[in-house]
Every structure is written in C-alpha cells, then in structure tokens.
Design a protein around this ligand. Structure first.
Ligand SMILES: Nc1ncnc2c1ncn2[C@@H]1O[C@H](COP(=O)(O)OP(=O)(O)OP(=O)(O)O)[C@@H](O)[C@H]1O
Length: 288
C-alpha cells in the first residue's frame, strides 16, 4: 500500500463522500460530503465544537473516516501510505513549534523534510534554497529570514509557517484558524499574503477553518457551514454566506455584510439581555 508516484495534477483535489467520524460513541461528523477542485478556496465555518478541525484532520489525511470515503489528491484514504500522501499537502497548524531555536529560513526548509528540526547531514539543493528565499520574500519576511523562532511575533510565525507549507509545492493548502491570536495589522498582512499566494498559484486549492467571518480572505470562493457535526450548507460563497444561514449556523441572529473589497463582517442583531436583579426591579416597579 504505497503511493508510487506524485499524485496526478488533474481531477478534484479533495472528495469526501457521506463521511461519518465517531469517537467514544459520539458522532463528531455525520454525512459530510465535499468536493474541492483546483483553484477553489473553501472556508469551513461553524461555532466552537462544530467539527471543523475534525473535518480538516480527515481532509489532511491525519485521521480516517468511520464511514464513507475520503479521497485526497485522487487517492482513497485507507489504501495509500498516508505519510507520503501528506508530503503533497500543505497542512498549516498555527501551533506548530520547531524543534529548537531555528532561523526562519531553516524552518521554511523543514517543509521539504516535513520535520520539526533540520535533518542532520541534510543540505538543500541550490534551487531548494532559492525557492525557500523566494517564498520568504513572497510572504514579506525577507527582513526576518535570519531571525530565530523565539524572537518572531505571532504574525511572523504564521507567515513563516505558510512559506514552510509551500516548500513541497503542494496542490492543496489546509489552514486551521491561521489568524488566531493575531493583532489587527498582523491579521490583515496575513490575509493579504493568502490573497497574493492564491493569485500567484491559480491552480492551488485551499481549505481554511475559522469561526470569524472577518478572518476570511476576499478570495474565498466556497464555504461549508458546520453545525453540531452536520453540514448545514455548502457551495459558492454567494449562496452559503447569507444572514439567515449564518444565523442558524451560530444559533444567533446576525446580519452579514460584504464590503466593496470583498471581505465579510457579521453584526449581531439586538437580542434582549437579562441582567441579575432585573426581575426583582421589574416586580418592585409593577407593585408601586
Ligand atoms: N479525539 C476526540 N475524542 C472525542 N471527542 C473529540 C475528539 N476530538 C474532538 N472531539 C470533540 O468533537 C467536537 C468537535 O471538535 P472540533 O475540534 O472538530 O470542533 P471545532 O469546530 O474545530 O471547534 P473550535 O472552533 O472550538 O476549534 C467537540 O465537541 C470536541 O470536544
């Protein structure tokens, strides 16, 4: 059971068909189907605990479905060497920590070996080193290429991890809440980098997990709304990112706004809030 050659560059990048994922007798995902084609940029949205990271783990060949099938780059999970398959994916975990105080350039190069540390006695080929520098430049990190990991800001780490994930020239990039913990400027820089990356590599497909609509890049093309492990809606953003569907997804009435630059914002609709003591005050004023 091995992947004998680089997966073909045609056909869907991802296909999940009626997938269930069960842990400790609980259905964390139920009947999820999703097809991602080259050049599509998907957002997985849902409240805390909806199942977004669980689904990303299946799409990234980290876990296997309990029922249904998942095809990654045309290979069916359960029938291939997942470690080799994973080397064709860029899976960005913002909590990734390099093994030791590596410099940014070395962290990016570990994307080729898919390791947390630089592999002893391994030296990159000249064109690999050039590619690392090119990606570092594309992510706006050239001035920090020799900085060590502990000295980087959260935003700089996020961009370095994207460059690392791009080293093996993946056809698919998976991003799990890439803007978590970033301040306003760092978040905007990260989203601009993601937009630039998509423009530079038109056949790249991406799947980005978030629970904040403000953290969606303008280039997002499709969305899936997850609620309690079920798919509430899935398809082109114009059909899925509506006030009604997002309100149902988050169990809270929101009004969705898409601004001229293509970004989204959610405004909560006013809902009555009862403060402690309000009931007693109401009784007193009713009695007087
Ligand atoms: N290994 C596991 N065993 C049992 N339950 C799990 C496991 N992993 C996750 N869960 C549960 O599955 C549900 C979905 O978790 P998941 O992390 O996929 O949600 P999420 O949508 O990514 O949430 P968040 O936005 O909070 O990160 C949660 O209720 C979680 O507690």
């Amino acid at each position: 059971m091995t992947v004998l050659s680089r997966p073909a560059d045609t056909g869907p990048v991802l296909r999940a068909d009626s997938v269930d994922f069960v842990r400790d007798g609980r259905h964390l995902l139920r009947e999820i189907s999703l097809t991602v084609h080259p050049g599509e940029h998907w957002a997985l949205l849902g409240a805390n605990g909806a199942g977004k990271s669980t689904l990303l783990g299946l799409l990234g060949a980290v876990t296997h479905p309990s029922r249904g099938s998942v095809e990654v780059l045309g290979r069916t999970m359960g029938r291939v060497d997942v470690r080799e398959l994973r080397s064709y994916l860029g899976h960005i975990n913002p909590r990734h920590t390099p093994d030791g105080p590596l410099r940014v350039r070395d962290v990016v190069l570990t994307g080729l070996t898919n390791t947390a540390a630089v592999v002893p006695r391994w030296t990159p080929a000249e064109q690999e080193a050039e590619r690392a520098d090119g990606l570092i430049a594309m992510l706006g990190m050239s001035h920090r290429a020799d900085a060590t990991w502990p000295t980087l800001s959260q935003g700089e780490r996020g961009r370095a991890l994207i460059a690392r994930a791009l080293m093996p020239q993946p056809r698919l990039l998976l991003l799990d809440e890439p803007a978590t913990g970033l301040d306003l400027a760092a978040r905007e820089q990260l989203l601009a980098s993601i937009d630039a990356l998509r423009a530079r590599h038109p056949s790249l497909a991406t799947v980005l997990v978030t629970h904040h609509l403000e953290e969606l890049p303008a280039t997002t093309t499709h969305a899936m709304l997850l609620r309690g492990g079920l798919c509430l809606a899935s398809g082109p953003v114009s059909e899925v990112l509506t006030s009604d569907l997002v309100s149902t997804c988050f169990d809270h009435p929101v009004r969705l706004i898409r601004s001229d630059d293509g970004r989204w914002a959610a405004r909560a609709q006013p809902v009555p809030v009862t403060m402690p003591g309000d009931e007693a005050d109401a009784l007193v004023s009713a009695a007087s």
